[in-house]
Design a protein around this ligand. Sequence first.
Ligand SMILES: *[C@@H]1O[C@H](CO)[C@@H](O)[C@H](O)[C@H]1NC(C)=O
Ligand SMILES: *[C@@H]1O[C@H](CO)[C@@H](O)[C@H](O)[C@H]1NC(C)=O
Ligand SMILES: *[C@@H]1O[C@H](CO)[C@@H](O)[C@H](O)[C@H]1NC(C)=O
Ligand SMILES: *[C@@H]1O[C@H](CO)[C@@H](O)[C@H](O)[C@H]1NC(C)=O
Ligand SMILES: *[C@@H]1O[C@H](CO)[C@@H](O)[C@H](O)[C@H]1NC(C)=O
Ligand SMILES: *[C@@H]1O[C@H](CO)[C@@H](O)[C@H](O)[C@H]1NC(C)=O
Ligand SMILES: *[C@@H]1O[C@H](CO)[C@@H](O)[C@H](O)[C@H]1NC(C)=O
Length: 873
Amino acid sequence: MATTAAAANLLLFSAVLLLATPSNAASAAAPAVAAMPVQPQELLLSFRSSLNDPSGALSTWSRSTPYCNWSHVTCTAGGGGGGVAVGLSLQGLGLSGDIAAEPLCRVPGLAALSLASNTFNQTVPLQLSRCALLVSLNLSSAGLWGPLPDQLAMLASLASLDLSGNDIEGQVPPGLAALRGLQVLDLGGNRLSGVLHPALFRNLTKLHFLDLSKNQFLESELPPELGEMAGLRWLFLQGSGFGGAIPETLLQLEQLEVLDLSMNSLTGALPPAFGHNFRKLLSLDLSQNGFSGPFPKEIGKCVMLQRFQVQGNGFTGELPAGLWSLPDLRVVRAESNRFSGRLPELSAAASRLEQVQVDNNSISGEIPRSIGMVRTMYRFTASANRLAGGLPDTLCDSPAMSIINVSGNALSGAIPELTRCRRLVSLSLSGNALTGPIPASLGGLPVLTYIDVSSNGLTGAIPAELQGLKLALLNVSYNHLTGRVPPSLVSGALPAVFLQGNPGLCGLPADGGCDAPAAPPSRNRLALAATVASFVTGVLLLLALGAFAVCRRLHAAAKLVLFYPIKITADELLAALRDKNAIGRGAFGKVYLIELQDGQNIAVKKFICSSNQTFGAVKNHMKTFAKIRHKNIARLLGFCYDSHGGGGEVSVIYEHLRMGSLQDLIRAPKFAVGWNDRLRIAIGVAEGLVYLHRDYTPRFLHRDLKSSNVLLGDDFEPRVTGFGIDRVVGEKAYRSSLASDLNYSCYIAPEVNCTKKPTHLMDVYSFGVILLELITGKPAGQPASDDSVDIVRWVRRRVNVAGGAAQILDPAAAVSHAAQQGMQAALELALLCTSVMPDQRPAMDEVVRSLQLLHSPQTLPPPPPFTGVAVEP
Ligand SMILES: *[C@@H]1O[C@H](CO)[C@@H](O)[C@H](O)[C@H]1NC(C)=O
Ligand SMILES: *[C@@H]1O[C@H](CO)[C@@H](O)[C@H](O)[C@H]1NC(C)=O
Ligand SMILES: *[C@@H]1O[C@H](CO)[C@@H](O)[C@H](O)[C@H]1NC(C)=O
Ligand SMILES: *[C@@H]1O[C@H](CO)[C@@H](O)[C@H](O)[C@H]1NC(C)=O
Ligand SMILES: *[C@@H]1O[C@H](CO)[C@@H](O)[C@H](O)[C@H]1NC(C)=O
Ligand SMILES: *[C@@H]1O[C@H](CO)[C@@H](O)[C@H](O)[C@H]1NC(C)=O
Ligand SMILES: *[C@@H]1O[C@H](CO)[C@@H](O)[C@H](O)[C@H]1NC(C)=O
């Protein structure tokens, strides 16, 4: 929600300015100066002293510069009173330790505090309630747990409170209703429970932004008091156990821009005036609830609406006519309801619709001619309805159209020539009453990969032109097709072609010829059955993986297979594999980072695969890897196989995480991560390996483990990536590439060159090297600039020398006695893992157990005194 964050920042900015007006600023500074002789910089230094600051972000704070010049501190001068509003922006600094709110809140004029995106492990500090002048408090994703203290209600100036993404539990204290100036309240993504007190809504009349989403233990109805929050613009209540009906008063929220009530247990009919006042609404999501009754016509008054999502409810009656003429509407999702009536003609020239999904309703009438003429339309699905009449010949006039599914209706007539939709990928017309031939022009659509025209009354031959397509599925079964099946559709390793239920077809591999016009002899049926059976197995496997396999044609040779629905075509993928996007070079080829249209990042590893690896073989390996589900293993999203000339080129697509790889982190100018987080990375990587080695079937080895193949999530939860390459490039090529890749040879166990068979103990060695990187904070290849040995030798040379350990442990992490002890123990484990003798190395599950022991409570700061502290008013 970029808009949200921006709006919140704007709000904070104005709030700080507001505070800095003469009267406020004067009252801010005066009492503190009078009562507390302690200088603000002393208070801030005292606050810092209880923090763990592994990256040294606050190390420049010093008495020799005025605190207003310190990093992450801002001072905003007041108007004429000389007061100063102080802001502290400490988000995302990897801070842990104890939040010493007591000295902090005595800093005069403290108006804005952000400790967001850090790794504190404590309750919400009670003492923060003493920061009487706070306007903005941001504790989102800060590792906080426990209940929300009532005392926060004392922060009378608060305009913005963000506690999202923590593990805060218990009730939302009704006392928060006293924060009458609150404009932003974000409690999303916690473990809050119980019923929300109506006063929270009745009194917080200034709110612009309210997020209570993803608190699955809340059990509230939407209170009528919600309507009092007249300024509300963003309301996020999705996935939070809300039940009951939508109160009439909700309709008073005239400023609403985003309303998300999805994935709750809301029921009943919508109030008839729903939509009447929502002149500014951009996005409405009521999906996955239990709503019923007709959808109010007033939605046609929401002139700014872009997204209309009501799927997965029990709505009845017609989709409101006014909806379709909204000028900005992009998305209509109404599938799986009980809508009836017809789809209207659109004014195709004016419409900006991109996606219309109305499957699984009771919609009747004809498919509007205009649907396919909307130039932005890329998905039209209306399967499992009661549509009748013919397919309009304009169905595919939109140049963007990619997916059409109108299967399971009562459509009749012939399939029109579809020639314009050059981007059509998937065409499902099955289960209708279509007649006439399959148009040969389908063979001219360049990226068409999925054709299902089964269970109709189609006649004639299967057009030979379809042989030019790179099909993932062609289902023509149960029609009245006749004649010769084009040979390449049934030969070799072609994808799934389903022909059964067409007794007039002939020309199958085992069949001599096509002269006999009668039903084929039983021999043919057997062959047909065999072909079908082998294809069925393949396709079922694919479907089991999520049914999102899409192969697209390119240079007549590239096939893209996706196991997850990511938005990219083979053309786009291959076009993006340019140096501009390269982020590294492994033993086998380059690695690229590509940002998709929807903002998601993918990493693509491209290599030449050995000549005996067919598309089918590669696909089988990739499917095996794509099925892995483990929190520490990156997902394999798909691959692209480009087979021009001899051996193929394979680009494997993995998910990528925003924080990048462990190698990026280690090579950054300052590797500033505390020991606890480093240990968490090590445990995660080790758990991922245990899964591959022991728990996943089939078991396999990683064989290319290195810090650049360890991706990091937001909270340092690692995901191992880059596995499976040996299966693609073939064993021989794999070994010779490994041997030639000097950059990463330091991760490779010494016995690799003299053993035939790879073993899990080789992965253990590589893991040991990563553990050494975490302990020393140095890159494995060349830990010291004046010495060309690798990290294993570098450590071994120092480990038995007196005082050597002090050189080995990274001073940036060995900040406490406890951390030093933990690192020392991890060092011993790492030395075992990198032992020259394979049989001295522990198995990965033993490694996990040893590391978990290090993660014992005494290595963490003591828990904060929660119950012991009483707050004096
Ligand atoms: C709180 O901080 C996070 C991280 O910096 C930011 O994304 C979020 O927008 C902030 N919340 C508010 C309300 O400003
Ligand atoms: C503090 O910042 C102000 C404004 O940027 C600057 O004029 C002043 O020289 C700085 N003082 C020190 C000691 O750095
Ligand atoms: C937080 O601290 C508790 C002990 O107080 C510990 O059990 C838990 O694992 C810690 N959580 C994290 C994420 O470090
Ligand atoms: C809500 O506001 C009313 C005054 O309008 C006040 O009496 C009441 O105490 C407030 N509720 C809370 C919980 O602060
Ligand atoms: C069709 O919609 C009904 C609700 O109207 C739902 O229960 C059912 O699961 C849906 N079927 C499919 C295949 O999505
Ligand atoms: C088309 O719709 C039918 C019925 O809803 C569904 O079973 C089928 O999977 C859909 N086809 C595609 C390619 O999504
Ligand atoms: C092909 O179509 C037939 C008839 O509609 C259906 O039974 C079968 O499941 C389809 N096969 C695949 C793989 O979609």
